[in-house]
Design a protein around this ligand. Structure first.
Ligand SMILES: *Cc1c(COP(=O)(O)O)cnc(C)c1O
Length: 331
């Protein structure tokens, strides 16, 4: 898709749904979105020029890659970027607070384009179905390793499983932001603030879809554990995986896909008879510095990235919720 991440499919589906359902509505809808990197660009591109919709993107200053920042700050038109002095969790908290703030909701028609909105990830069920279609002839139990941040993508797989798709097991592959890995190890859900990693789209301290996953498995941790394993990997392990994948197959993964690969590998050591699939969630050029430093290979910039990289960044600095609110009231 236009931003070279798996989120393009869901963001475009949601944008067109909103445009359609809003076609006879004169009031403008304001879409609020917090991003740890990729969501902002995919949503901005999906909603660009959609009639009756304005998009406000909050992103953590200095914590997204150059390409990601360009993708969400250069489009103009109905897209506004707010650069927040804080972490992704701060951005997400501001968005959630805005939805409960009567001063804002009485004046603006707000909606979310984060994966708290199911329209964003329901279409992602197709990824799992498509993999099944290609692999069913192997007649092996199918296990998906999903590099997870807010747990929307893996939730889509789980809904597909609930609908009857023969998916044997899921692996939530995490970077150092590993609240779910720890939960499955200790039975205690204990979120920490997010920490910065080289797979920044997964730098989420408290994944907003996890509550849905618990509900899908009857809020029973034992049922959950029979369907879900979770592992956490460091940046160093991720870099080593990038090298291994490249030297074994010539495939250039991105850091998120590499975390997914590590999860699949780890699961296979104790379950050698399953077929694992790891999801690759973005193109490596979105994380050019890390990938180039790790496997010293030249990657040609795809045309859609070339298009934004030389554009001028436009963003408004925001330090706290009050500033955000003041901006929204004037917006
Ligand atoms: C968003 C994103 C993820 C995490 O997906 P979730 O649905 O939030 O779990 C993983 N990798 C990349 C590249 C992403 O952009």
């Amino acid at each position: 898709g236009p931003t070279m991440a798996f989120k393009d499919v869901g963001a475009r589906f949601m944008a067109r749904c909103l445009g359609y359902f809003n076609r006879n509505n004169d009031a403008e809808v304001t879409v609020l979105v917090a991003t740890s990197g990729d969501t902002g660009g995919a949503v901005a591109s999906g909603f660009l020029g959609v009639k009756g919709v304005r998009v406000v993107i909050l992103y953590p200053s200095g914590k997204v890659s150059d390409v990601q920042e360009k993708q969400l700050t250069t489009l103009g038109q109905n897209i506004t970027a707010l650069e927040v002095d804080g972490t992704f969790d701060d951005c997400q908290d501001m968005v959630k607070k805005a939805f409960l703030d009567v001063d804002l909701t009485s004046q603006l028609e707000l909606t979310s384009a984060n994966s708290i909105n199911v329209a964003r990830w329901l279409p992602q069920m197709f990824y799992f179905m498509f993999a099944y279609k290609q692999l069913k002839a192997l007649k092996k139990p199918l296990v998906f390793s999903v590099p997870s941040g807010n747990f929307g993508n893996i939730c889509a797989g789980m809904v597909a499983q609930k609908m009857g798709f023969p998916i044997a097991h899921f692996i939530a592959s995490n970077n150092a932001n590993n609240v779910v890995t720890r939960y499955l190890d200790t039975n205690s859900y204990d979120p920490y603030p997010s920490v910065q990693t080289i797979s920044n789209a997964m730098d989420v301290g408290n994944p907003s879809n996890f509550i849905r996953i618990q509900a899908l498995y009857d809020n029973d941790i034992n049922i959950l554990k029979s369907n879900l394993s979770s592992y956490s990997f460091s940046d160093n392990e991720t870099k080593t995986a990038l090298k291994t994948i490249y030297s074994n197959s010539g495939y250039i993964a991105d850091p998120h896909g590499a975390v997914g690969y590590l999860g699949a590998k780890t699961y296979l050591t104790n379950h050698p008879n399953v077929q694992t699939v790891f999801l690759e969630t973005a193109h490596p050029t979105k994380f050019l510095d890390v990938v180039k430093d790790t496997i010293s290979v030249d990657i040609a910039l795809p045309p859609q990235i070339q298009l934004v990289i030389d554009q001028q960044k436009k963003a408004i600095l925001i330090e706290n919720y009050d500033e955000f609110k003041a901006f929204m009231l004037k917006f």
